[in-house]
Design a protein around this ligand. Sequence first.
Ligand SMILES: C[S@@+](CC[C@H](N)C(=O)[O-])C[C@H]1O[C@@H](n2cnc3c(N)ncnc32)[C@H](O)[C@@H]1O
Length: 246
Amino acid sequence: MVDENQNNVDFGYKSVKKSDKQKLVNYVFNSVAQKYDLMNDITSLGIHRSWKNDLINWLAPQGNQNLADIAGGTGDIANKFINAGGNSAHIFDINKEMIEVSKKKYNNIRNLEWTIASAEDIPASDNSFERATMSFGLRNITNRNKSLQEIYRILKPGGRFICLEFSHLENDFLKKFYDLWSFKIMPLIGDKVTGNKEAYTYLVESIRKFPNQDELTQMFSQVGFSRIKYRNLSNGIVALHSGWKI
Ligand SMILES: C[S@@+](CC[C@H](N)C(=O)[O-])C[C@H]1O[C@@H](n2cnc3c(N)ncnc32)[C@H](O)[C@@H]1O
């Protein structure tokens, strides 16, 4: 597992100074923001929609629950949470471009708010949300433990966090096709659609460097989450991790 106390941190397969990673990540999302949703549909063959639905189904929003969607980007999870019966959703994301896309998409949704903020320093009071989510965000964060601590802090006792993130395939045979698709095809599509091949090379490499299902479970446990469970989706291409603040 990555030792986050070192001076360097992974940016895909590169090792970069901790102080540089956020700038590189911001550059990636600035350059792809306008095409981010389209690229999600193309590179996942639309399956990211069903993964996000699986997250919402497991979370089972109720009318008395308020969501903090951390690294919420273009807003899919927050929108689905409200549509599924949640009371309100607050998107926190460090990237203004991504938030602007989200505001355009969902400006008519009631009880949806946005704040430009880092997951490592969330501008919310302790114990203020019933639910928290992070979908495809954690991989991009420089200090992941700090952001998990922040999520734990802002959840009310009895609150629940679900993380949706790329993970590690269970089946070696499928892995060969997945590697071919992701290393050979995805950067080419990224180049054609967004003009930024490197952004999608980073995406693929960052997935391979991300902690596996058990390691992420351990990270949840270290910050205090209880009743931690995970579910593999699409054979472990992605996983949902759920933890409770007791
Ligand atoms: C892959 S996108 C995921 C967007 C959205 N949650 C989804 O599932 O489609 C990753 C998001 O993380 C955001 N991000 C990166 N570093 C961040 C940080 N330190 N704090 C908050 N958001 C961050 C990016 O700006 C981007 O919007």
